[in-house]
Write a protein that binds this ligand. Sequence first.
Ligand code: SRM
Ligand code: SF4
Length: 554
Amino acid sequence: MSEKKQLSAVEKTKTSSNGLRGTIKESLADNITGAVSEDDQNLIKFHGMYQQDDRDRREERAEKKLERLYSFMIRLRLPGGAISAEQWIAANEVANDYSTGTIKITTRQTIQLHGILKSNIKPTIQSFNKAKLDSIATCGDINRNVTCAAHPVQSPVHAEVFGYAKKISALLFPKTQAYYELWIDDEKIAEKDETDPLYQDRYLPRKFKIGIGIPPNNEVDVLTNDLALIAIIENNEFKGFNVAIGGGLSATHGNADTYPRLATVIGFVDTEEKILKTIYEIVTVQRDFGNRSDRKLARLKYTVDRIGIDSYKSEVEKRTGFALEPARPYTFTARKDYYGWQQSAQGKWYFTLFVENGRVLDDEQAAIKTALLEIAKTGACNFQFTASQNIIISNVEEKDKAAVHALLEKFKLIEHNEKASLIRKNAIACVALPTCPLALAEAQRYLPSLLDKIEPLLTKHQLDEQDIILRMTGCPNGCGRSTAAEIGFIGTAAGKYNLHLGGDNEGQRLNKLYKENADEPQILHELDQLFGLYQKSKQASESFGDFAIRTALV
Ligand code: SRM
Ligand code: SF4
């Protein structure tokens, strides 16, 4: 049904992989190299890991005629970003034992560890497995970690909506047992039936992302997903979801056929059975119609634009056997994390801690890693990651709140939260260098120091209290969702960024290119001018992104 062009090499790797096994066993046993074979590099993604190398050390290694310093990044599957205190303790230990030690909270509400040597992959996965954690399908051409609005304070029916993250993750879980066989040595499980009616042996043409948003807060950037579910809540009752398809943020510099796109709402669906059926068939349509010859054009957004949104919808309805209802009204008015203590309708307490760019470590700013470990050890909470790379200390009973608060005080984390400026707390940066092989410029290692220089500009123009969403990525793939920011920086080369403006504050409008290849002095000069203009001529409560559009800056 998809295009009759030659299949991409990855398609062949998948179908000939014997249930995603490939030659991974042999690659692991090969002690001559720290890498795995090229085909296996693609297959291990489905098991939740990426082969990387330390890009800071490439030159030095090349001079010494050594192979690159290979290691692996492993990403956990945590639908909606929920993890128990015991699991956090286990993850902390695994991070110390096998990785760089830093735990990275991602923009899709999970954590990943970097720097794991090939010989340590198995012990890492086995330790995670003991804590009932896995990394299945967090990468690769498959449904990825399902995101969901994290804060229970948003709605009295939050738990009901949140429950769908797990249900969807289970619905779209692959049937191959290769993960257990390869990494856990569980031969018995390997005898299970692996027939997979959803993924078959070809999986999806490309990664597939699902997000669940709960209006009025669009904290998960729901419309940037291949499949976006917008919870419709009327009179404190969950009615169902508006369904939107075709979101995705990546573009390739110089390739006009690629572009970021927000999802288009195609209708409303209620009842659990119908919701899950609709989701399943949206995935099968992409499986059957997605482009399998050009991976740059393989995401659902391109399928939708190629066959047309109405045809996509009709095909889904043909497969489910029912029509979607007309979309219900909804409004997003914010895109933010609720920092500090908040209480849910059920009376439990939640403390959202700012973690700059999601890097959980102890540094001169704060001992966040030690503090979270101590808090986890009280057993008085769970944890919850947000799509803005922060952590919520969750489900704290009234009786335990004082003890948790005392630890937050002890490690100066209340102060840490309060000290951070609004723009910094709103900001996101992707990983980029030194581990990301696709990075063209720095992001998480650079944005904090750039913000040090942007903050005084905001103060100069009396804009410290202005809620502006600023994001940076080291390349146009969009991992830090910079094209959905009011101020977006997209790396083009070392020290150079395309400056984008005009995204809205709520995540319902993408930004546009304002200035190409700007270096730091140019960035600061431009922002100084822009903030001055904004302060002078903004209309009442007009956001910076809306101002940029109204005044035709972009
Ligand atoms: Fe991403 C590839 C990191 C969220 C779009 N992303 C990568 C890789 C794995 C590089 C690679 O292919 O070798 C990066 C690993 C860096 C490292 O060293 O850890 C990487 N992406 C990340 C994370 C960790 C960024 C972060 O700082 O939090 C996020 C992990 C999310 C997760 O837990 O699953 C992450 N990536 C995103 C998002 C944002 C989102 O999903 O909300 C996007 C944009 C939305 C989208 O998918 O359109 C995103 N990542 C990409 C793409 C472009 C895909 C495309 O359509 O072309 C790539 C490149 C690729 O797949 O070829 C990519
Ligand atoms: Fe790497 Fe680019 Fe993603 Fe940043 S946006 S993590 S540089 S792929």
